[in-house]
Each structure stands twice: as C-alpha cells, then as structure tokens.
Design a protein around this ligand. Structure first.
Ligand SMILES: [Zn+2]
Length: 344
C-alpha cells in the first residue's frame, strides 16, 4: 500500500509500505476512504529535524472495515467507520469519564508500529472502543463532514464545551484556520448569538460568517484586543476559544476575555510560558481546554451531520489523491489551501 512518511521539515514523501494485518484480537484493518492534512501536521512540516528513516503521519480518517480481530464485535467487514485522532479502549477509568485521549490502553496514529492515517490502509488498535460505525454513503459532501468528526470539528466543539458556551454567552474565536472556523460552527450550534471571529484571511472569515460569526476582527495583537473591546462595550466576551496555539494568540485571549470569563484553548501550544499572572488572576479568568477527546463527541455530533443541519466539511477547500500529499502540505503551509482532503 501507499503511505505518507515525514522525514523532516518540508520533506514529506509517499512511499510503499507493507499492507497492515490483524496483529492483536482487538485490532481491525480499515481501508481508508477519506483522510486529510491537519493544521497540527504543519508544525513538524515547518520545524522537524531531518531524520534518516522518517515516521508515518496523519491522524484523521474514515474508511471501510476490511478485517476485524476476534475480540471486535461492534464493527464488522464492510462497515463505514470514523476513527478519532487517537485510539482508545473506551472502557478504562479515563474513557468512562469521557477523556479517551488519556486512555490507559490508547495512543496516537503513526507511532510505535501503528499506521499513520495518510495512507491507503490502517491497522486500528483497540478497534472496539475506537471506531464509530456510520451509515454507508458515497456522498462527497457528507463524507467530508463525517471526516471532520475525526478531529477538526470535534476539536472546535471541545473548545466551546469546555468554555461553557450557551445561548447566554458571548464568544470570541481566535484563529480562522479549520479549527477556528469549526469552533464558530460549534458555538453557533450550542446557541451562542454573538460570535466574534479574529482572523485576517477574507476567504476564511467569509466561511466563518456562514458558520455563524457575527463580527470579524482582522486586526491582531493589541490592536485586535482594542477593536474587540470596542465592539463589546469595553468588557470583552464571556468565553474565548483560542484555536491557534501560539503565544500571541493566548495573549490575545487574555486580553479579550471578560472578567469572570473563560479561555478555552485547543490550539496545540507552541509556547512554554503565557499569561498566568496578575492580570488574569485579578479578573478571575478560568483557563481550560486541551486536547479534544473526539471519541467522546462523535456520537453526539453525528445526527446533526447526517441530517445536514451542520456542514463542517465546508472547511475542506481542496481535494487530492494520495500521491499529491506532499504538494498538499506545501499548499497548506503557503496558506493557499485552508484544509486539504485526501480522497482514495
Ligand atoms: Zn481507555
């Protein structure tokens, strides 16, 4: 089979790899139908040290079950399934609390002998707990929206849930990448009426407006904070969903949150220090968020996707085949593409 391997910054290759087989009774083998490139894949693509052997990459996919081990009964050959961006048994103490990203028997794709998702076939460990069966479909738009439950829309939803977004909260979303736009859609779905999106790429913020953003702020840094405060009678918003992961972004979050409000961060942090001092303390700001337990949310979000009430798959603005994955990375790194879908 063909699979994507990253060797270092700017060096992504598509190579032959052995066809995965069932190794444990708890495994399934899934033939990938749709995968994609994540904004978080751009961090190693931008800065990974060159390596001789590289490692497999990709963590979002849906596909058809080809084979399942003897301990797997929830899914069977021929089922269309969504895989969240980490695998989990869905039975341990953390899974039972809805924190499948901390699963005692879980892990990540593309490491320790587990396939990456940007490839034709994936061996899925803990398949019983990991995979979510969905109705069979060949509808391109629906497949794209279903794929977002693997990571990007579930992550936006996690940001909104952890912040406590509801019909009474005002919301700032920092970042007009695919996660930021997903957070706008998730906040709207949870009832928020005022959603201020901070982003400066017009094509993206236009989609943000379609998803429910009521205001768009293109300014960044102190200027952006000032603009947002002007728009909220000087107070800021009850919730701030930080969907970038850089220090300037978390600093903007601290500047735009209302006293007594909540910052929820889902951008993978690229900083080791941030605003935890006096100003945030004196204003009783809650800081929450973290890696999204997508597995916990897929079943909740699925009905709205299946009946077309929400179409998070609109974040994909380019579709490629597996051989074009290296150019897909470059297009996202160059900000020519918002999010690249890989169709098999
Ligand atoms: Zn678990």
């Amino acid at each position: 089979m063909r699979a994507t391997v990253i060797y270092g910054a700017g060096d992504v290759r598509v190579e032959d790899a052995p066809d995965p087989k069932i190794a444990q009774p708890t495994d399934a083998v899934v033939r990938v139908v749709r995968s994609c490139i994540c904004g978080s894949d751009l961090w190693p693509y931008g800065s990974m040290e060159a390596t001789e052997h590289g490692h497999r990459i990709g963590h979002e996919f849906l596909g058809i079950v080809e084979d399942a081990g003897s301990a797997v009964s929830a899914v069977r050959t021929g089922d269309l399934v969504i895989a969240p961006f980490m695998y989990s048994d869905n039975t341990c103490q953390f899974c039972r609390e809805g924190l499948q990203t901390s699963c005692e028997h879980g892990g990540v794709w593309g490491a320790r002998g587990v396939d990456g998702a940007q490839g034709e076939i994936v061996r899925v460990p803990q398949a019983e707990g990991t995979l979510v069966k969905v109705p069979a479909t060949q509808d391109d738009a629906l497949l794209a929206s279903l794929l977002t439950l693997s990571d990007v829309f579930s992550t936006g939803h996690h940001a909104a849930v952890k912040a406590g977004v509801n019909e009474r909260t005002t919301v700032t979303v920092i970042g007009d990448g695919a996660v930021g736009l997903s957070a706008v859609l998730a906040a709207k779905r949870l009832g928020a009426e005022r959603i201020l999106l901070m982003g400066r790429h017009a094509v993206r913020t236009d989609l943000g407006r379609e998803f429910g953003a009521t205001d768009v702020i293109a300014e960044r840094g102190d200027e952006g904070v000032e603009k947002l405060r002007e728009l909220t009678s000087g107070a800021g918003t009850h919730t701030v969903l930080e969907c970038v992961g850089t220090k300037p972004a978390i600093e903007m979050a601290a500047g735009t949150v209302r006293a007594g409000g909540t910052i929820s961060r889902v951008g993978v942090p690229q900083y080791l220090e941030g605003p935890l001092g006096g100003p945030v303390f004196m204003r009783n700001v809650t800081i929450t968020g973290g890696v999204a337990p997508a597995r916990q949310y897929i079943e909740d979000l699925l009905p709205d996707v299946l009946d077309g009430k929400i179409q998070p798959g609109k974040v994909f603005d380019r579709t490629i085949d597996i051989e074009k994955v290296p150019s897909g990375y470059q297009a996202m790194a160059d900000r020519e593409a918002l999010k690249v879908l890989i169709a098999f």
